[in-house]
Design a protein around this ligand. Structure first.
Ligand SMILES: [Zn+2]
Length: 321
């Protein structure tokens, strides 16, 4: 009986595939390099061989699979199942990924944006469980987003909704990869946090990060949080800038959808309480007095790296035949 689901999380660096039962209980997972430069045909073939390997490891076969869900970065045309463009997968331009995978694996397939899939997972069984109005912000190389309103993901007619990293918080501010100026992503992503620290050191700011830059040739976001934790004043100021930018965007989002919770996911949440406490502090400061927003919960995601495969599988469940 075909009663298991495959959830595929297609990333710029790795492909993660999870096998789940129909209660979304994880049976097994596998991760392989994406080799994005090899293009869509190669990657779809990799989905096939890696899925077969994962199923074999768990004494299953493709015959046991009911449906496949895929979370992909970039702009997705949901109705046609097409990846229109994905910055981290440069060869993915108008790729009919849904049909390609359905043909290769011989299963019903559903395609979704990766941040939306992670948002759905946190909403279903993670930090946003029980709230029909939640927002997810993924803090990594860039900033991704997902919005659940009235229990449903918001997509918009072209699938471009919830590009929350590109909300402008400082008009005429730092240039963002998207071409706009002053996006929250240009201040508070892991890359931008590291870039702001590097610029401060290059401008001569006195900081223990200077030695870090000299030794490693670069400063990472992790370095910034570590040095801030050790009391370095410049690193603390950079971390405050990141928290403040995120708090500002949270305040704006609160006014847009009135969520019950805003959940932060992605690599940067490894920074822990030092980040969350400051976001909460700045958020409180930026609140107006018109509405009672005290009940809004700002918290970290709980599903970690499995959110993508869980969300993709939960979507697969919906197309199970
Ligand atoms: Zn932008």
């Amino acid at each position: 009986m075909a009663d298991c689901l495959l959830g595929i999380d297609l990333g710029g660096t790795n492909i993660k595939i999870g096998c789940f039962d129909t209660t979304l209980k994880l049976i097994g997972r596998i991760s392989v390099p994406t080799d994005a430069e090899m293009g869509p045909d190669f990657i779809v073939d990799k989905f096939y061989t890696t899925s077969k390997e994962l199923l074999k490891q768990n004494d299953l076969s493709l015959a046991d699979v009911c449906a496949v869900g895929i979370g992909s970065p970039g702009l997705i045309n949901l109705t046609e199942g097409v990846v229109r463009a994905a910055p981290n997968l440069p060869l993915f331009k108008n790729v009919p990924l849904k049909d390609m995978v359905a043909k290769r694996l011989g299963k019903p397939v559903i395609l979704e944006n990766d941040a939306n899939a992670a948002c759905l997972a946190e909403h279903t069984i993670g930090a946003g469980k029980g709230s029909d109005h939640m927002i997810l912000l993924t803090l990594g190389t860039g900033i991704g987003g997902g919005i659940i309103s009235d229990g449903r993901l918001i997509h918009g007619p072209s699938g471009g909704a919830a590009e929350l990293g590109h909300l402008i918080i400082y008009p005429d501010g730092r240039t963002c990869g998207c071409g706009q100026k002053g996006c929250v992503e240009a201040y508070a992503s892991a890359n931008s946090t590291a870039a702001r620290a590097t610029e401060a050191i290059q401008d001569g700011a006195p900081s223990s990060l200077a030695a870090c830059l000299k030794e490693q040739g670069k400063i990472t976001c992790k370095d910034v949080f570590e040095h801030a934790g050790k009391g370095d004043a410049v690193a603390k100021e950079i971390v405050e800038g990141t928290a403040k930018a995120l708090a500002m965007v949270c305040a704006q989002l609160t006014n847009v959808t009135d969520p019950q919770s805003i959940v932060f996911a992605g690599g940067m949440i490894a920074a822990g309480d030092v980040l969350l406490t400051q976001i909460r502090r700045f958020y409180k400061q930026s609140l107006g007095h018109l509405f009672d927003r005290e009940s809004l919960e700002l918290c970290f995601a709980t599903l970690g790296e499995d959110a993508g495969i869980i969300g993709a599988s939960s979507l697969a469940l919906a197309v199970c035949q």
